[in-house]
Design a protein. Sequence first.
Length: 55
Amino acid sequence: MSQWTCIQKNQPYAKDLVLSDRRIDYVQQVNVDFHVQKAVLPIAQEADMGPAATP
């Protein structure tokens, strides 16, 4: 299967580029677990999804 076919079939990319708070918290927790990041930060301090949601 070609990469193009795989991407079209599975649609692995977000259409609007917005990440949910839950997804950001998950990535932060993984970083904390692997000692890449010291603590999970508040979403407001970590990311602003406003520009991603603007058409």
